[in-house]
Design a protein around this ligand. Structure first.
Ligand SMILES: [Zn+2]
Length: 821
């Protein structure tokens, strides 16, 4: 499976000479920088190069996007190196075991991960052409891997939009429409995910296909080409603090070496640039940090421009910034990177070997217990990263307990997952698993906590001594269904409700029109205890479904679910299956608001959740025509977080939505969408009352940033209490670790507070939260449900679907859809 991807090498035997290669402008028929080149034409140019310089350029098709666009890599070096390419790769990888004698530097350049930072792909063509025609010498000890477009769906979205809206000729007037992308801009991928936040979590199809090739190469240098705002000039390495503590002295030092080489060229041309600011190296899911944690010199380069720059735009200082300028700058840093890597090929190889030598991290083993589905979800991620894991033996392990936050011990058995830090990917293991990341500075660009045991809802111990375990990884927790027992003699079939995998199974059952009930109270049947949320599928509910048993059986096999058959509806303890507390589940019709004012990212997370994770139908209703939709056709309406909702949730809209809820609708409001509900006097939800004098004034000047961050939480993990007798929390223990992304603070609901922070638990268990922010979120709501008429309002202050990687939040969202009634 690991190398399942088929490698397609496009190679022809045409012989030609470098000097005959066409420059991008000659091939495309227009001067580079005078138009944006759509993806298929970019592919044409790369194919042309590989066909006309086949000994020095090879293309590899490594996958396909959601919208069916090819993802490619171009390998470029001298004919001699290209012939030995596989040998070079294997010798390089031996270095991770301290063995090889490699001499070639491997430089990987990724372009246009953000689709509307559209200069990058254009610059890649110029750079590759230059490599092939003028840089033969540097390539003698260097192999260059170019990804011309990491995010072709987003980039083509931008390019197509721009071509539709541009003036002719283009205007530099920043007010003109060509400089204002619509709500769905070109930055994210099809599902509106930011691919430059996905390297570690691999939720997206582009990332999952890329990681397979990335792990085959583990380059010495990885550059991620970006753009920033029009009024920022150019950013390159060295990065800003905080640097993650695993970053080696050499990695720090080489960032500066690279930066100084770039500066040489920028100085000579009088171009502006900055270094050591804004772009830090902490959050592990970027195109600079992730490669860094895999031994690379990982760097982000940011040209001024982005989706508002078009072919040319007037900047704040009155200058004109053109696409041609932007190409030239990214081209310059690309070539300069190759130059400095080539000059340091020996050192890069030596240091790469050192990076992979055993590091003696404080925690030697991470030991994880919990629901088998959650463990399985985690091992699937580990496998994609080629992180090795084992299963424990019967013993007791001591160490830092993630749940209690103190030292403790835990019993292990062969269902206990063990991940050791003394392995090839040990640095990545430390970064992803350690309970709390050390922050050299709390001013950072992104979330400050992501520890996987919290994200996956597992009970974990970090042990300072290595825990002995077995290396077998092919265990199978699933016991095949006893087909006899699933016979027509059964009265009902029971399925426990503990994980998101159970929710996927339920979605599949409902999609197949199998009728399902669920238990609102615990019960005992045939000596087995069943908790709230247990699915009960009775034969009589499904008597009109022709192949009910076959269908149930095949779905249980597909999802590897244990189904408990029972011959009676008479329970040993609790409520019988005909009781009022055993209700049929609705096959809910779900609508999701899109367009302004929603956030594309949050909308995308929910959209992706439905289509790719839960696999349950959702209708997307754009705010443009929302007024014309008959909401009574839907059972659930989801309002994603977004920009101020006040206009969308005007008085008339609020009135009609409340009426719809009163009539039985279920409205799920997330993040900032809650604000306007809290202002409505007829609803329970209220903003938390905060004493004015307890909050420091917001400082005006930049040097006061440190004062300001007292008020901020940019992404930290909090231990919340959760009431698992409430349907929104079925399947959970009595705590839930929530990733908090801001300081929105709402008072507890009189009735229906499900997850909450109390007065004590206001310090994050991991990550940074400012001192004032901690006060602000004390005693606040995290998740709650307000009954209103015959319907409900589900309030999600935190985002359980953040970036698609907070595995333990997905069941909560599924509960909101199916269990809350
Ligand atoms: Zn970017």
């Amino acid at each position: 499976m690991r190398f399942f991807i088929s490698l397609l090498f496009i190679c022809t035997c045409l012989s030609s000479h470098a000097q005959n290669l066409k420059a991008p402008s000659d091939f495309l028929g227009y001067e580079l920088g005078t138009r944006f080149t759509p993806h298929h034409r970019v592919l044409d140019y790369y194919s042309y190069l590989s066909e006309n310089a086949p000994s020095r350029v090879r293309l590899e098709n490594y996958g396909e996007t959601n919208e069916g666009r090819p993802l490619i890599l171009a390998y470029i070096s001298t004919a001699k190196n290209m012939k030995n390419r596989e040998k070079i790769r294997l010798e390089h990888l031996k270095n991770t075991e301290g063995k090889g004698e490699p001499s070639i530097a491997i430089v990987w350049m990724s372009y246009n991960v953000h689709g509307n930072e559209s200069v990058s792909t254009e610059a890649s063509m110029k750079t590759v052409y230059e490599l092939l025609t003028h840089k033969e010498e540097s390539l003698e000890n260097t192999l260059v891997i170019v990804d011309p477009c990491v995010n072709p769906d987003g980039r083509d979205r931008y390019v197509n939009w721009y071509n539709q809206y541009k003036n002719s000729p283009y205007t530099i007037d920043p007010n003109s429409a060509e400089h204002h992308e619509p709500w769905l801009n070109g930055r994210p991928n099809h599902y509106m995910f930011d691919l430059n936040r996905d390297w570690a979590w691999l939720t997206q199809v582009e990332s999952r296909q890329r990681i397979k090739v990335y792990n085959k190469w583990l380059p010495h240098v990885h550059v991620d080409f970006h753009e920033q705002g029009v009024d920022s000039p150019y950013y390159f390495a060295p990065a800003a603090e905080p640097f993650h503590e695993v970053i080696t002295d050499f990695q720090r030092e080489f960032q500066t070496t690279v930066g100084k080489n770039h500066a040489k060229y920028f100085d000579a041309n009088g171009w502006f640039y900055f270094t050591k600011e804004v772009f830090d190296l902490l959050y592990p899911s970027y195109g600079d940090t992730f490669p860094t944690y895999n031994g690379s010199i990982g760097m982000t380069y940011e040209q001024g421009g982005s989706g508002s720059a078009g072919l040319g735009v007037r900047t704040g200082t009155g200058d004109t910034l053109t696409l041609k300028d932007r190409i030239l700058h990214h081209h310059t840093t690309g070539l300069s990177t190759l130059e400095i890597a080539s000059q340091n090929a020996v050192r890069l190889n030596q240091e790469f070997k050192k990076f992979y030598q055993p590091k003696d991290f404080k925690y030697k083993s991470y030991v994880l217990n919990g629901n088998p589905d959650k463990l399985k979800a985690l091992t699937e991620l580990l496998t994609k990263h080629e992180i090795e894991y084992e299963w424990a033996t019967d013993k007791t392990v001591k160490g830092f307990n993630y749940v209690s936050g103190k030292n403790g011990s835990v019993k292990t058995d062969n269902n206990t997952l063990v991940v050791n830090s003394d392995q090839k990917k040990g640095t990545l293991v430390k970064v992803l698993f350690e309970p709390n990341t050390k922050l050299s500075d709390s001013l950072t660009y992104d979330i400050t906590a992501w520890s996987l045991p919290y994200a996956y809802g597992l009970n974990a111990i970090a042990s300072e001594t290595k825990v002995a375990a077995k290396t077998t990884t092919d265990r199978n927790n699933f016991e095949a269904l006893n087909l006899e027992e699933l016979s027509s003699k059964s009265y009902a079939f029971l399925i426990k409700w503990n994980s998101f995998s159970d929710a996927r199974f339920l979605a599949d059952l409902l999609n197949s029109n199998i009728k399902v009930r669920y238990a609102q109270n615990p019960f005992v049947m045939d000596g087995v205890s069943y908790d709230r949320g247990t699915l009960i599928i009775t034969k009589s509910d499904n008597k009109n479904l022709p192949d009910f048993l076959d269908s149930l059986r095949s779905k249980a096999l597909k999802h590897q679910k244990v189904v408990y058959p029972t011959s009676t509806g008479f329970v040993d303890g609790g409520k019988d299956f005909g009781s009022h507390s055993v209700q049929p589940l609705k096959k809910a019709k779900v609508a999701l608001l899109s367009g302004k004012p929603t956030s594309t990212l949050n909308f995308g997370e929910i959209w992706y959740f439905f289509e790719q994770q839960l696999q349950y139908p959702v209708s997307v209703l754009n705010s443009d025509y929302f007024n014309t939709v008959d909401l009574s056709e839907y059972d659930v309406l989801i309002l994603p977080s977004g920009k101020p909702y006040a206009q969308f949730l005007n008085q008339a809209r609020m009135k009609s939505l409340k009426q719809w809820v009163r009539d039985g609708g279920k409205l799920i409001a997330m993040g900032s969408a809650l604000k306007d509900f809290a202002k409505d006097k007829t609803l329970q939800l209220k903003a938390k009352n905060i004493k004015k004098d307890s909050i420091a004034p917001i400082p005006i000047y930049d040097h006061d940033q440190r004062e300001q961050i007292k008020n901020e939480i940019t992404g930290a993990i909090f231990k919340t209490k959760i009431n698992n007798t409430h349907p929104l929390a079925y399947g959970y223990d009595d705590i839930y670790f929530s990733l908090k992304l801001g300081v929105d603070a709402y008072a507890y609901l009189d009735k229906g507070t499900v997850a909450y922070l109390d007065g004590n638990g206001i310090q994050p268990v991991a990550g940074f939260a400012g001192s004032d922010a901690q006060q602000k979120i004390a005693e606040t709501l995290v998740f709650g449900v307000e009954k209103y008429g015959s319907g409900q309002l589900v309030y999600m202050v935190d985002n359980p679907l953040f970036r698609g990687f907070w595995e333990n939040g997905k069941l909560l969202f599924a509960n909101a859809l199916f269990m809350v009634d």
